[in-house]
Design a protein around this ligand. Structure first.
Ligand code: NAP
Ligand code: MN
Length: 269
């Protein structure tokens, strides 16, 4: 089995990376940057997002796992104190894998040419540098609303605890193959009227966002941001590809949500 470790780059994460690398090579596993079967991210959720995007071209053959060196993360959910156990489990391969949905975003240009396509693990945020974002929102081929406001966030179920949550979106269990649209400060008056609630769309209901006024946007896919001009349309749907997480123990999603967001000091009262 081939593995690769991506570290956040701070002292603590680098040390854990080196320790794990040594243990795993002692077990005759091969360190391979190019074609790893398992990618171990050591750091936070941000590190995990980076690791995911570095190997996004080979999702079918790569599984991911996250060790956290800061607070508990949604993707980085193994403790540094668990690494000895983890290494033994990894060496005992084959390991169990769980698959979760991703978002695919395709940006078509007015000038034709090749489309830009991205996979997001957390979300895509459609924003603009100046003024408001004005977009026609089409769902499953039908006009739904005209949005005017700061922007639109389209998130995956595992991304629902990230930006989506800050925008008032629901937390979705990642066994649901859906995407969620949330509004960023929509303007509501007689001309512009939006639903105002987050929308959860199934696999067979793609959403197309079409520029009404300005066709320049800033689109953030997870942790990286890109500018686009002459945008004809932005297509969002549940991706065919999935992310594969290596699982060595149970840590139910709702326990992770509780431990991250709900106070743990239950014995105080
Ligand atoms: P960052 O500014 O360090 O991220 C903001 C926070 O979001 C960090 O605490 C990060 O955890 C956490 N996070 C990332 N993915 C998450 C998930 N799926 N569920 C729960 N929390 C999550 O930037 P970053 O580390 O590069 O991560 C980029 C992501 O941060 C974006 O995809 C976006 O979802 C999120 N974000 C959220 C807000 C907000 O809630 N208002 C603002 C900006 C960005 P770590 O500290 O472990 O990295
Ligand atoms: Mn971060």
């Amino acid at each position: 089995m081939k593995f690769k470790i991506v570290s956040k780059g701070d002292n603590r994460s680098d040390k854990i990376k080196e320790t794990m690398k040594r243990y795993l090579t002692d077990f005759n596993l091969v360190y391979d940057k190019e074609e790893p079967d398992l990618v171990i991210s050591v750091g936070g959720d941000g590190t995990f997002l980076e690791a995911f995007h570095r190997y996004v071209h080979r999702l079918e053959s790569t599984a991911f796992i996250g060790v956290h060196t800061g607070h508990l993360g949604f993707y980085a959910d193994y403790l540094p104190s668990e690494i000895e156990k983890l290494v033994i489990e990894i060496a005992k391969t084959p390991f169990q894998v769980v698959e979760y949905p991703l978002l695919e975003v395709t940006i078509r240009s007015k000038t034709g040419g090749k489309e830009d396509s991205f996979l997001a693990l957390n979300e895509a945020m459609i924003k603009t540098i100046e003024g408001s974002v004005v977009l026609d929102v089409e769902i499953k081929g039908e006009h739904f609303e005209t949005f005017r406001g700061d922007g639109i966030c389209v998130s995956t179920p595992t991304g629902s605890t990230a930006y989506n949550k800050a925008l008032g979106g629901a937390i979705l269990h990642p066994s649901l193959e859906v995407i969620q649209l949330t509004e960023m400060a929509s303007i509501n008056n007689r001309v512009f009227r939006t639903i105002g609630s987050p929308l959860v769309l199934p696999k067979h209901h793609p959403c197309i966002l079409k520029p009404m006024v300005d066709s320049s946007f800033i689109i953030a896919i997870d942790h990286f941001t890109k500018s686009f001009t002459n945008v004809h349309s932005i297509h969002c749907h549940v991706a065919k590809e999935k992310v594969r997480f290596a699982r060595f123990r149970q840590f139910p999603f709702w326990n992770r949500v509780r431990d991250s967001f709900v106070a743990e000091d239950k014995y105080l009262f």
